[in-house]
Each structure stands twice: as C-alpha cells, then as structure tokens.
Design a protein around this ligand. Sequence first.
Ligand code: 4G3
Length: 240
Amino acid sequence: MTLFPEMIEGIVSHSILGRAVREGIIEVNAINIRDFSKDKHKHVDDYPYGGGAGMVMKADPIYDCYSSIDENARKNARVIYLSPQGRTFDQQYAKELSKEENLIFLCGHYEGVDERILEELNAEELSIGDFVLTGGELAVGVVIDSVSRLISGVLGKDESFENESFSEGLLEYPQYTRPEEFMGRRVPDILLSGHHANIEKWRREQSIIRTYEKRPDLLESAELDKKEKKFLEAYKDSKD
Ligand code: 4G3
C-alpha cells in the first residue's frame, strides 16, 4: 500500500527479484492508496489535528486500500508499517518474515499516517535503521529484497547463501577473480593451490579476522569451535 507503486514495481522487476517474480516464486502487488481517495481532488492527506507542520495520511483511503486485498491473502497476513519508530530490521527479522505466506506493507509519507489506521490494522512497525526517509518505499524495497532472497528458489545455485555473511554470525571472507595480478597486487597463493580443504580453512580464518577487525560486536554471538577460538587469540596476540 503506497502512494508511489512505480517505486516498488521498479525494485521488484529487475535482477534476481525480477526473475523470481516472472517465475511466480514470489508475487508482489503494489496498490496505490490514491485510487481509494473519495474526494474529487484525490486527496489522501490532511492537516494534523492540534496544528503543526506537515500533513498526515488519512485513515480512510488506507482502510479501503487494505480491504481491496484478497480476503484469503489478508486474513492471516502481518501488516507492517515502515517507520523510524519500529523494531530494527536485521537478518533474524528477515528470516522470520520469510516464513510467512503473505505480508502487507504500508508506506507512509508526509508526517506519517493517522494513528487509528495502525491500531485498526494491528500494524507492526519496522525500521530499517536509525535514519529518516521521505517515504517508506525505499525501506520496503530493502525488506522485500532481503526477505525474498531467503525464499527457496529465489536465488539460483550460483547465488546460494550458504556461505554468506551472517549465516554463521561472521562477516564474509575476501573474494578475488581474474586477473591473478592487478596493479601489482596478487591473488593469495592459497586460492590458486587447488587444495580445497586448505582454502576452506583459510576463508574461515579470514572471516574471523575480518569480523574481529570490522565488527567485533558480532563475535560475541558467533559460533567458533575450539581451534577457531585459539586462532583468534593467536591473531590478537600477534598484533600487540
Ligand atoms: C512514518 C521508514 C513513515 C513516519 C520510513 C516517516 C525511515 C524509515 C515515514 C515518519 C521513513 C526507516 C516515512 N523513514 N528507518 N519515512 O525504516 O516520520
């Protein structure tokens, strides 16, 4: 539910999401709230009671927009309002949403929406981070992308997420492709060795080092085995 359906359609019509939509693995319907305005000027916002700057999105067009959604699809669907006041989005939240059959997103603009529509639709508030956007559309794009890629069949074999950042609470290891030498910088020899067990061990160690250097907060919940813990301690010692 948005005032700018073209923004959502743009996001879901390209690249990996575009393919998933065309193959029917996911379905995204962007519904224009303005189509449910009742006055002749198609107004969807109005002045705030109590005064103050800006405009507030009216409850009624949003309610009618919601009611236009297939009854079976909306009956058990979580309604999610993108807002800086929401629960912060993260990989865990994305995983949770990827298990749902249907999701309904409400994109606000202006100074937000009439509070009563959030109550009536039992909306949960989701924030993609501590910053303010001009509207919820970019935020919902972020959520749709990260949730969709967790759905079986959306990523091809080549894009599989088994080894990725956060899958085990660690950052990704560094990647290299041709040529073997760029501006005098060589690809690490180990990656050219063809020794798959050693390569895997090196990548895991690089992930540990990177996480320690860039996001040490993540190491608290990462699952390291005994050898990996020893490796990390040895790395720390080597630095002082
Ligand atoms: C509601 C989401 C919506 C109230 C939306 C502004 C940032 C986020 C909006 C409001 C948004 C976020 C629209 N900005 N951090 N803007 O997820 O004040």
